[in-house]
Structure formats: structure tokens, C-alpha cells
Design a protein. Structure first.
Length: 390
């Protein structure tokens, strides 16, 4: 199956199931699908914490659960499944190449480098920070590398690291969204987790400039999206909102237990405030602006007071804060379980987004390979798009 045909089929399937994955239980206490499939809703709401954790870590298991109630959902599996890319054997590196790199990040870089292939071309490392990936590729491929990065401090630190290994590795201080002379014709462009508009800019500008090869692992597809995602490959049936594109990257497989607990508390307190606002003003759900982390460090009553002041609501005494906090925690429990429905579609949505990029490159004369470069336990953003021109 060609990438365009897979894109067409996945687009139609996601559009068909739109009512399942688009509604957000955080905003709607009971999405409409709960009434249409009451047995499924009941099974989800009855999940234990262990079962919920398993389904949150395993999208395939979530799809299987849904397919017991809605068999057609199983069609997602072959369309969203992508092969593991074959990995080259990296030359044994001295530990000094990885100075200052946390263990998980180092593993991601090494996995990316093992899945990419040298094109014997000068390399442009797009939005590369200190240039850790570029430094490894310069050593492995014995080719000149430029790392483009906006932060001049990171560039200076990266240049110092490259000098310690006597590598042909240089830095370009530039804004990837506005730079016009990079990437350049004939270069091999690499990007590990360039977010949203940054990776889209690389592919669009690079294809027009005549880049010889791309190896790109996209990330945070919603960054740079206004109201709706604009496909690069042309008009499709599905129109994703910014929140829909965010859904594709909501896994917390790498989150620590402490961060997971903090996430749960923040969700519960926001839902508790939402319950109080509905009860005291009859206002329907409203989007939350970013809430300062410090506001979650006091009591829930203090949190309510801060939120009320920010929203310009009446200043009367709050009262019964404990009851609204309890409602928030109850709603948090329900939201997490009903959200399994949405999570079952995360990988399919991410593959839809990656296919948009792959089909775009094919339309500009590139041969394209799409697959994963590592296990998702290392990073959920493990898709790698490789494209080259003869």
C-alpha cells in the first residue's frame, strides 16, 4: 500500500469515528458516545487503577478493549502500525561524546543515529540545541555538520564540546522559522524532536531548497497550529483542531510517579473549580488559561480564591470547598477512565500527521520510508521520516 493510499484509508476511518475521539471528557461529563454504547462506558468507569495504568501505557490494549464493543475500531491496527526501522551498528563511542546528556536522551540520540543513514553529504542538524546529535553524527559519519539553533548560549556550549573532540562541527545562531539560507541544496537535514512548525518549516523550505536527504523525528505537532491544522499534502476529509493534534502526543509513558501525581492533582483541582463555577454562576465549561504551578501548593480553598479573583467572579465567601474538591477528584477519576476512548486513537492520529508529511515529500520527488526508530518506552515520539532524492 502506498503512503497516499494509507493516508486516504486512515483519513476516512478517523473521520468515521470522529464522535468517539474528538469529545473531551474533561469538558463534557458524559460524551454522547456514552449513551450510544452504555456497556462500554460502564466498563471504562469500572476500571481499576492498575487496569487504567496498563491501558494508558498500551494503546493497542485500549484499541482491543474498544473493539470488543465496536468491532470496526480494529481496522485502526494495520493502518496505524509502522515497522521498526533496521538499525545500523554504531561504532563504539568513548563516553566523552555524551558529556552532560541524561541517560534517556542519550539513548534516544543513539537510536536515531542508528536508524538514520549517511548520505555522504554535509549535515544540517535542525534546532539542535547544544548539538549532541550533530556531534555524534560528525564522529560516526566523518562528515561536516552544522547545527542550527536559536539560543546563542547553547551554541557556544556546543562548539566547546565539539572542539574537545576535534570534530568538523559548527553552529549557526538563527531562528528556524525565519532563516532563509538554511538548509541548503545538497545537504542532509536531520531533526530529532523539532516541535510542530519547526519540523514543518524544515520540510517545506528544505524541499524547495533542494535538500538531498531528510531524517526527521517529528514532535509536538500542535505547536504553531492556530485553530485548525493545515495539511501540507493537500485537502483531506478530516479537519483537526489544535486540541486534536495535541491528543496525538499526550502519552506520559516517560513521566515519573511524582509528575503523574502532580498532573492528577492539577486536573482534579481544575475540575473542582469548574464544578464550583457551574454551581455558583450556571456558567457552562470554559477553557482554562495556564494556571501557575504555585497555586497548587496551598489548600484547595486558597486555589478557589485565586481562580475566582483571576476570572473576575464575585468576591463572596466560597464555603463548602471540601465538597467541591471531592467533586473534582471524582470527576478526575471519571475523566481518566472515559479518556481511554480518546487514547485508543492517539497513535492513529499521530500516524495521520506523519503521513501528511510523508505524502508531501513524495509529491516533491522524494522516496520516503516511515517507521519507528526506537521502542516507545524510550520515547513515545519514535516515528522517523526518511526521504531522499536520487
Amino acid at each position: 500500500m502506498s503512503w497516499r493510499e494509507r493516508q486516504r484509508q486512515l483519513d476516512a476511518l478517523l473521520l468515521n469515528f470522529y464522535e468517539l475521539w474528538h469529545p473531551q471528557p474533561f469538558r463534557e461529563s458524559r460524551p454522547a458516545w456514552c449513551e450510544r454504547w452504555p456497556a462500554l462506558a460502564a466498563e471504562l468507569l469500572a476500571l481499576s487503577e492498575a487496569e487504567l495504568q496498563h491501558l494508558g501505557d498500551d494503546d493497542a490494549a485500549a484499541v482491543a478493549l474498544l473493539a470488543r464493543h465496536i468491532p470496526e475500531v480494529a481496522e485502526l491496527v494495520p493502518l496505524a502500525g509502522l515497522p521498526q526501522r533496521p538499525l545500523a551498528v554504531l561504532a563504539e563511542q568513548q563516553s566523552r561524546w555524551a558529556w552532560e546528556i541524561p541517560g534517556r536522551k542519550r539513548q534516544q540520540i543513539e537510536a536515531f543515529a542508528a536508524a538514520a543513514r549517511s548520505a555522504d553529504r554535509p549535515v544540517i542538524d535542525w534546532c539542535g540545541g547544544k548539538g549532541h546529535l550533530g556531534r555524534l553524527l560528525a564522529a560516526q559519519w566523518q562528515t561536516p555538520v552544522h547545527t542550527l539553533e536559536l539560543d546563542s548560549v547553547l551554541c557556544a556550549e556546543g562548539e566547546a564540546l565539539a572542539r574537545r573532540q576535534a570534530l568538523d562541527h559548527r553552529f549557526v545562531v538563527a531562528d528556524a522559522l525565519t532563516v532563509t539560507d538554511w538548509p541548503q541544496a545538497g545537504q542532509h537535514a536531520v531533526a530529532l524532536h523539532a516541535c510542530g512548525e519547526l519540523h514543518r518549516r524544515l520540510l517545506e523550505h528544505g524541499a524547495a531548497a533542494g535538500v538531498s536527504r531528510f531524517d526527521v523525528a517529528p514532535c509536538c505537532y500542535h505547536r504553531g497550529v492556530a485553530a485548525h491544522y493545515q495539511p501540507l499534502s493537500g485537502r483531506l476529509g478530516l479537519q483537526l483542531t489544535r486540541d486534536d493534534t495535541r491528543l496525538a502526543v499526550t502519552e506520559t509513558v516517560t513521566a515519573s510517579p511524582r509528575l503523574a501525581l502532580q498532573r492528577d492533582k492539577e486536573m482534579a483541582w481544575k475540575l473542582g473549580f469548574d464544578a464550583w463555577r457551574r454551581a455558583t454562576s450556571s456558567v457552562a465549561y470554559q477553557n482554562f488559561k495556564s494556571v501557575p504551578a504555585a497555586w497548587f501548593r496551598g489548600s484547595f480553598a486558597e486555589f478557589l480564591g485565586l481562580m475566582r479573583g483571576r476570572e473576575g467572579m464575585a468576591s463572596e465567601a466560597i464555603g463548602a470547598a471540601e465538597a467541591f474538591e471531592a467533586q473534582g477528584w471524582q470527576r478526575q477519576r471519571e475523566v481518566m477512565r472515559l479518556s481511554v476512548m480518546r487514547h485508543a486513537f492517539r497513535r492513529a492520529l499521530e500516524v495521520w500527521l506523519a503521513l501528511d508529511l510523508a505524502v508531501y515529500l513524495e509529491g516533491r520527488g522524494y522516496a520516503v520510508v516511515l517507521g519507528s526508530f526506537c521502542e516507545r518506552r524510550l520515547t513515545p515520539r519514535n516515528l522517523l521520516i526518511s526521504a531522499w532524492r536520487s
